[in-house]
Design a protein. Sequence first.
Length: 360
Amino acid sequence: MRSRVLRAAAAIFVITMLFSCSGRSEQRSARRSEDSEESAVRIGFSVATDTFIIERWNKDIKVFNSAAGELGAEVLLQMSAGGTQAQIEQIRYLLNQEIDVLVVLPNDTDMLAGVVRAANERDIPVISYDRLIQDVPVRAFISFDNEKVGRLFGEALTEAVPTGRYLIVNGSVRDNNSYRVNSGLRQVIDPYVEQGDIEIVDEIWLEAWSSDEARERISEVLERTTDIDAISAANDQIANAAIQLLSERRMAGDVAVVGQDADLLSTQRVVEGLQLMTVYKPIHELATRAVEIAVAIAENRAPEPDRYATNGSGTEIPFYVEDPQAVFSWNMDETIIRDGFHSAEDVYRTIDREDDTGQN
C-alpha cells in the first residue's frame, strides 16, 4: 500500500513494451529453454529527473524504446519527476519483475547506493545512464564526455570574450556531471583568470536542474551588477533563463551565453545571435548504444569499454563514452540539422534565411 501511495503521489507511471528477440541471458536460460515465448532480454529502465519538461529526456526515452524494439528486447520503463525516494521505489518495483538488466538514469547520483546494492545482491547488472551513480559498483556507465562539454564551453567563451567578466551557473549539486562539466570549463578559463584577463563575477551552484531556480539566482546577480560579458550556463534551460533576464535589461546578444543539449529554442537563439553556442550531444547514438550494451551484458558478452571511471566504490567502472559537439550558427546545418535532431524549418523559423544565391 505504501509503495502504491508513493508512486501515485510522485506521478509514477509504468510503460511496458513487449518485443521478441533471440538473445539469451544466463539468468533466464533454463526457463527460456522450457518456454519458447520467454526469449526476450528484459530491460528495466528507471528514469527520474527534476522535471520532464526538459526536451532532452523525452528524446532519450523515445530512442531507447525504439532501439530496444529493433533488437527485440522487452522494456519495462518507469518514469518519475518525484525525486529520489520515488525512484528508489520504482527500482524496487523493477527488481521484482524478473528483469535481466537494470538501466538507471538517476535523479540523485549520491542516494541510490542502497537500492543498487540490492540489485547487485540479486545478480541483476546495473547500468548507469548519462549520470554516474556514486559509492557502489555498477556494471557499466554510458554517457557523454562531460569534461569535454565544459572545455567546449570554455573554448567558445574565451574565443569570443578573451577578456571580461564571467558569470558561471553550474548544474545540480546532486549530479556528478555538474562537477565534470565545471572541471572542464575551469581547465580552459582558469589560466585567463590567473593572468587577470577574466574576472569571475559570481559562481552559482543549483540545488536542482531547475530553470526557475536558475532564473531566481541569476536575477540576484544582475540586481547587484549588469557588468557581465559572458555566462556559462550548465544547460540550455539555464541559458534560456539567463537570456530572458538579459532581454529584460536589453542586454541579450551583447553577453556571450553558452549551454548544452541543443534544445530547439536554444538552436533558434544561436542562429538569431542571442546565444553564442550550444553543445550538441547525439542522443540517438547514446540511447542506442545503451540498449546494445544492456542486451550484451544480459547475455554475458559485455563489450570492451572506451575507458574506466571512478565513483567512490573502490571499483573501476567500465565507461562507454559518446562525443559532444559545439554548435554555432556557422555549423548548425552540418551538425544538428544534418543528423535530423531538429529540422531546418524549425531552427530557422524565427529568421529570414538567405538561399545559396544570397537572395532572401
